[in-house]
Design a protein around this ligand. Structure first.
Ligand code: SAH
Length: 409
């Protein structure tokens, strides 16, 4: 009879694990062994560059030679992944004699242990052992992990309930562009304070008992609104709740995140930060525009265009920006785009400098409007460009759309 394997979580930290072979299979196994703290010894005349890198960084020991019977001395676990079946035979035979569990990549039936498809999330290890169907096991593992990540299997009565505030950056809009840590924080929250630009689809997935506070519905006026947000997150945390402050992009990039940190600190509320993909880099990337390109620019500058150039409260030095040579990325700049283009040209940037305005990044309505510094104002008006939009100025736009900007000035 063909019995199923007995699953067991091996605690290999500091214990000698022998990997015989240095090819692609070894390369897949070794990082998993390092992740659990094993004392990994690779025996092989040659290894892949990736394995060699792990040797270089001191994470594993490489014995640069063929297998020797004595290699098994002191090992707790052995993985035989050479491309020579006779050598693998010898290893598993010796391992059997010495009662060391042995995984065989070439013929699993002849090993005494199988490697499950493994993944981890939120301190939980998921391991799936299929009946020698590795692709199916991996697919099942992925589905289980995904379900844990998106909260559809949450064991919610067991989730972490330590009170405090977590600032979560939601990325440019598409929920797939959010970090795993961010998703987890969201799923473990008691209260979610969400912004207009945060990935809204995810809010629909929140468990029904989560209190959702929509900042877009708070009273208008920038400072009043921020004071109210600070008050709400602090109050809820002091009442013992886990609060997520959920924003588009990254909370520290024109997101007033640090004001919230200060408010929490003053109230003695613990606060943590989970960064997000910030739109001035991610939105151009999604539109196919690199913010840097070798030989084209060695700098990019992200500025807020919410105040026009010359405004007494503006902290942007447009003449300095004009004198620099790299990419300029303007956020919140649609309204003031004409004045911004004018200031850059006045400061010395060429009117023919390529410009891309990327609107509604990652949303179904996403579009890119191309122009130059000289024609930006007209094209914003003609195309009825509305926020949210990212304005990318510089030769990287030509790199992405060479046919639209054939000349070099
Ligand atoms: N904290 C956010 C930015 C907030 S300021 C971040 O890190 O991305 C708001 C500005 O961000 C908008 O006016 C627009 O310029 C930009 N923005 C954010 N999301 C965007 C998107 N999906 N598409 C285009 N622009 C976006």
């Amino acid at each position: 009879m063909d019995f199923p394997p007995y699953p067991s979580g091996l605690r290999l930290a500091g214990r000698r694990v022998l990997v015989v072979g240095g090819g692609n299979v070894a390369q897949r196994r070794v990082p998993q062994l390092i992740a659990v703290g094993a004392d990994v010894h690779v025996v092989s005349p040659v290894v892949t560059p990736a394995i060699e890198g792990l040797v270089g960084s001191g994470e594993i020991t490489w014995h640069r030679r063929r297998f020797d019977d004595a290699d098994l001395d002191g090992a707790w676990y052995v993985i035989a992944v050479t491309d020579d079946a006779a050598v693998n035979d010898r290893i598993s035979e010796l391992a059997d004699q010495q009662r060391i569990f042995c995984v065989r990549s070439d013929d699993a039936t002849r090993g005494t242990a199988w490697t499950p498809a493994v993944g981890r999330h939120a301190g939980v290890t998921v391991a799936v052992l299929g009946n020698r169907e590795p692709r199916r096991s991996a697919a099942l593992r992925d589905e289980i992990l995904e379900a844990i990540r998106d909260g559809s299997i949450a064991a919610s009565h067991h989730r972490d309930h330590t009170p405090g505030v977590t600032l979560v950056g939601g990325g440019p809009g598409d929920p797939d562009l959010m970090s795993i840590a961010g998703r987890r924080a969201l799923m473990e929250a008691d209260v979610v304070v969400a912004d207009r630009l945060a990935p809204r689809e995810l809010l629909g997935e929140l468990p029904s008992d989560v209190e959702l506070i929509d900042v877009a519905k708070l009273p208008r006026g920038r400072s009043a609104q921020q004071a109210e947000i600070n008050r709400v997150i602090v109050d809820r945390a002091l009442a013992g709740k886990r609060v997520v402050r959920f924003k588009g992009g990254d909370n520290f990039v024109f997101g007033r995140g640090y004001e919230e940190i200060i408010a929490c600190r003053e109230a003695g509320v613990p606060v943590t930060v989970i960064p997000g993909l910030t739109s001035p880099i991610a939105v151009p990337a999604i539109a196919g525009i690199p913010v840097t390109h070798r030989g084209v620019t060695h700098e990019f500058t992200i500025v807020s265009g919410h105040l026009p150039p010359g405004h007494p409260e503006s902290l942007v030095d447009y003449s300095a920006l004009a004198r620099m040579r790299g990419t300029v990325i303007v956020m919140m700049g649609v309204e003031n785009s004409a004045a911004i283009a004018e200031a850059l040209v006045a400061g010395g940037r060429k009117p023919g400098t390529p410009v891309a305005v990327v609107c509604d990044g990652t949303m179904p309505t996403q579009r890119t409007v191309l122009s130059t510094l000289g024609t930006l104002a007209a094209s914003v008006a003609d195309e009825s460009v509305q926020p949210p939009a990212i304005i990318v100025i510089g030769d990287v736009v030509r790199v992405a759309f060479p046919e639209a900007f054939p000349t070099q000035d």
